[in-house]
Every structure is written in structure tokens, then in C-alpha cells.
Design a protein around this ligand. Structure first.
Ligand SMILES: Nc1ncnc2c1ncn2[C@@H]1O[C@H](COP(=O)(O)OP(=O)(O)OP(=O)(O)O)[C@@H](O)[C@H]1O
Length: 291
């Protein structure tokens, strides 16, 4: 088996897709030389199967070529591997984990880095047992993920349009949060659990999040009236949200949430459905990354 396997989601992102195999050949030589294999995905969940197969076959690096959804699926296939690391070639619209890890957004530069990557390990978050690598959460951001998936187009402008339109109608849900031995009765507009610092597109929900500290940064907004929404948008763009008072922060390795009525949940921007009972926890240093 070659040293590197590229798992390529041809549907990810908004850019030109056909050029990736040619670009890969330019930086890694042709596939026939045997240095790498290129495996296109055929649908949701396929990247996890391909990553598991590549790890079983002895690949040192399995590269997710796509956005945070593809990264999530490849990462799930490589959990607890001792000898196989995940690389990223960012081709999504948000690229939250790639941006946190400072992977170049330019495809050529990202590929060049992968010829001699640096290896490290990172924590992996979970919501009700389902792994996430960047962020997961309840409330407004899950509603946006749900509507974004049905929007028919992708990219930042669609994301902004969906966010504004949902903002007009979304209402907080009462929740009971148990974390760090404390029970908190509050309302949830957004309850975010951040393993990495951002949602993507440099929207920093938890700028101080650390991938190796064994903790998730928990960010609670109980309501979002217009004046606070402006504060939050600016704080996320500037990476200053924890210091603006627009949201309350704490750190946790295990939190349960019970909602009074069903509330939406997302993991790495994928809408997972509505529910009332959630458990957020973490697998310390469960994934090796090559960047
Ligand atoms: N061949 C395929 N056809 C349709 N969907 C696919 C295919 N391969 C993978 N997928 C799905 O595409 C989804 C979106 O991929 P991904 O998140 O990587 O791209 P994106 O949504 O454009 O990027 P971002 O998350 O940064 O906005 C993934 O959740 C994956 O399950």
C-alpha cells in the first residue's frame, strides 16, 4: 500500500472539482508511480469506510480532501489508530479544522506541506457518542446547519442568507445543563462545544480552544437580541467573543443537557436531528494528524 491515501469528496466546496487529480499529479507524481492512491467518495459515510480500509492496509497518512464533513468522516475512520494519521487538503466552504491547524488554504501549498508533514495528536469531541473534531452544539447554529443543508447552494453568501432568515424566527429553549458538578437551569439560544476554535471561515466561537488540553470550550448564549447579535458577530470575526460579554464560557470534559422541548443538534456543521437529551464528552488525543 502506498504511504499516502487521498480521500476526495468531489461534491465538497464551491470551486472547480475536476482539477484536483491533475494538481495531485503535479505535486505527488502520477498515481501509477505508487507513492499514493486517490479514492473518490461515492456518498455520505463512504469516506469513513475508505479511511478504515487505508489504515488497515498500512497507509501512514490518509488525507481528507474536502470540507469539515469529509474531515469528520475520515477522522471517524482513523480514531485510536497508532500508525495512521489524518491530513487535510481544504476544499470545503468553511474549513474550520484546517484553519485551526493552519493548513494552507491554497491547494498547491497544502499538498506541498503533505510531502513532509509534522505529526501530532488531537482530542476528539463526542455528542451522544458521535465524534466531532471541530465544534458541535445545540440551538441556533444547528438550525442554521439544518437549513443550509437544504438551501440548494453552498458558500459563505448562502450561509449568511440562511443565518439572517433563521434569526428572525428562532427562539431559545429552556435547558438543564450539568457540567463540572454544577447544575444550571437556563435558556439555550446557542450552546456550543468547541474542540477547535472556529466554525469555519474564521468565525471564532471559542478562540482560546486547544486541541490537546483534554477539554471542550463550552459557550452559552441564553438569548440573542439584536444588540447582542451585533456584539457576537463582531466578537466572532475579531476572535474576541469571550472578552465582549456576549457569551458565557467554561471548560468541560463531560456535560449533559436536558431540553424542555426538542432542540436541534449539529456536529461539525452536519445537522444530526432534534432531541431532548444530550451528552457531550471527549476522547483525549484520540486522533493523530499530519499537517
Ligand atoms: N460523492 C458524494 N455525493 C454526495 N455527497 C457526498 C459524496 N461524498 C461525500 N458526500 C457528503 O458531502 C458532505 C459535505 O461534504 P463537506 O462538508 O466536506 O463539504 P462542504 O459541505 O462543501 O464543506 P463545508 O463543510 O466546509 O461547508 C459530507 O457530509 C459527505 O457525507
Amino acid at each position: 500500500m502506498p504511504r499516502t491515501c487521498f480521500i476526495f469528496n468531489p461534491t465538497a466546496g464551491t470551486g472547480r472539482r475536476a482539477e484536483f487529480p491533475e494538481l495531485l499529479a503535479r505535486y505527488f507524481g502520477t498515481e501509477s508511480r505508487g507513492d499514493y492512491v486517490l479514492r473518490p467518495t461515492e456518498g455520505p459515510g463512504h469516506a469513513t469506510e475508505l479511511a478504515q480500509a487505508a489504515a488497515r492496509a498500512g497507509c501512514r497518512v490518509v488525507v481528507a480532501v474536502g470540507g469539515d464533513g469529509t474531515v469528520n468522516e475520515v477522522g471517524q475512520g482513523l480514531l485510536h489508530q497508532e500508525h495512521t494519521a489524518m491530513g487535510i487538503v481544504p476544499r470545503g466552504s468553511g474549513n474550520g479544522l484546517a484553519r485551526h491547524l493552519k493548513v494552507p488554504l491554497n491547494l498547491g501549498r497544502a499538498l506541498r506541506r503533505l510531502r513532509e508533514p509534522a505529526f501530532s495528536r488531537m482530542d476528539v469531541g463526542r455528542v451522544n457518542g458521535r465524534p466531532f473534531f471541530c465544534t458541535a452544539g445545540l440551538g441556533f447554529d444547528a438550525r442554521v446547519s439544518q437549513q443550509f443543508a437544504q438551501a440548494g447552494s453552498r458558500g459563505l453568501s448562502t450561509y449568511m442568507r440562511v443565518t439572517l432568515s433563521e434569526y428572525r424566527t428562532f427562539e431559545s429553549v429552556p435547558v438543564v445543563v450539568e457540567t463540572n458538578g454544577v447544575t444550571l437551569e437556563t435558556n439555550c439560544y446557542v450552546l456550543a462545544f468547541a474542540n477547535a476554535s472556529q466554525y469555519g471561515n474564521n468565525a471564532y466561537i471559542a478562540p482560546d480552544a486547544n486541541l490537546q488540553d483534554g477539554l471542550l470550550d463550552m459557550c452559552l448564549m441564553d438569548a440573542l437580541p439584536p444588540w447582542r447579535a451585533v456584539q457576537v458577530v463582531l466578537g466572532m470575526a475579531l476572535g474576541t467573543l469571550p472578552r465582549t460579554g456576549g457569551a458565557a464560557y467554561s471548560r468541560t470534559s463531560h456535560t449533559t443537557v436536558r431540553a424542555a422541548t426538542p432542540i436541534g443538534c449539529h456536529a461539525d456543521g452536519d445537522y444530526l436531528g432534534h432531541g431532548t437529551d444530550f451528552e457531550f464528552d471527549l476522547l483525549p488525543l484520540a486522533l493523530e494528524v499530519a499537517v
